[in-house]
Write a protein that binds this ligand. Structure first.
Ligand SMILES: [Zn+2]
Length: 308
């Protein structure tokens, strides 16, 4: 462990230069941030501020000045891949912790199932296509939504019998998809790829941050209101919280299923502060209803005013 720590420090010296502070007991070391100093300010000698803090036992880094604006935080491997020399990257591979390798490989490898088909590419009388399509129609999903959200389906393979809805991250890269069974007798309604839901934002690529944003529970709810983010559950992840805080320019409307009112209030409390104070609306649906049931038509009396 000692050896590994000193190797990481040596690698860091190699491409970041001299440290500005170092606490070996806590495995904390700080350097001038390459992102703020070089990329932004155009300084090739660093800005002398030592804002880039690294914990080499935990293999994480964060810049106190630009982590929010430039995403300068995360696993140390990302920093070394981006700013290290070839030699630094090779040395780091020797001690790179396993769990991070696995995580990063998983992220890179996510692709849609090979059996995924678009509705428009299959003849309408073909039976599985018709079943899948009729299921969507029953839930109020229109042809425009199918087109807009890249909705497809699988008639074979691991996702056989599932409607597929892909999710793309802010760079337009696939970061998740859901597989929803169209057969009501199927025991498992959903089959989704393994991915940490708290580390992804469903279809962030489709969000216009200058407009009002809706927070909804499920992907199907999201089809019925503009500019919506499905939580894939009833909780607001820290990642989504931070992203909303940073990016939302207009208002946020929280609309969970009718049976999740208390969870909706928790999200309201979490969001309603700082620069988002006074910009959060909340909707209380009838107990047995969700946005999909209502096709996105929320009766005016469901808008609730909360004190805060
Ligand atoms: Zn920085």
């Amino acid at each position: 462990m000692e050896d590994e720590n000193s190797l990481v420090v040596e690698i860091l010296h190699g491409f970041l230069g001299n440290e500005r502070a170092h606490n070996p007991g806590r495995a904390q070391i700080s350097f001038d941030c390459p992102v703020c100093s070089y990329d932004i300010k155009g300084l090739d000698k660093g800005d002398g501020k030592g804002n880039l803090e690294i914990n080499y036992a935990q293999h994480v880094y964060k810049c106190w000045a630009c982590s929010e604006t430039n995403g300068t935080h995360g696993h140390l491997g990302k920093l070394i891949d981006r700013y290290g020399r070839k030699k630094d990257r090779e040395m780091y591979e020797l001690i790179r912790p396993d769990e991070f390798i696995r995580e990063e490989k998983q992220k890179k490898k996510l692709v849609l199932p090979v059996e995924y088909k678009k509705f428009k590419d299959v003849h309408p009388v073909h039976i599985p296509r018709r079943e899948a399509y009729n299921y969507l129609k029953r839930r109020g999903v229109t042809d425009e939504m199918i087109e807009k959200y890249d909705i497809g389906y699988c008639e074979d393979g691991e996702y056989k019998g599932k409607i597929i809805v892909p999710s793309y991250d802010s760079n337009g890269e696939l970061n998740y998809f859901i597989g929803r069974s169209w057969n009501p007798r199927e025991k498992f309604k959903y089959k989704n790829p393994e991915a940490p839901k708290e580390l992804l934002i469903f279809n962030e690529s489709r969000i216009d941050w200058s407009k009002d944003v809706w927070l909804v529970e499920g992907v199907f709810d999201g089809f019925f209101v503009n500019n919506s983010i499905p939580l894939l559950g009833k909780f607001l992840s820290d990642l989504l919280w931070e992203t909303l805080y940073e990016k939302v320019e207009a208002r946020i409307t929280i609309c969970l299923d009718g049976d999740a009112w208390l969870d909706a209030v928790k999200i309201y409390d979490k969001l309603s502060g700082g620069r988002l104070y006074g910009k959060i609306d909340i909707i209380k649906l009838p107990l047995d209803k969700d946005l999909g049931d209502l096709r996105g038509d929320v009766p005016p009396e469901c808008y609730v005013k909360l004190e805060k």
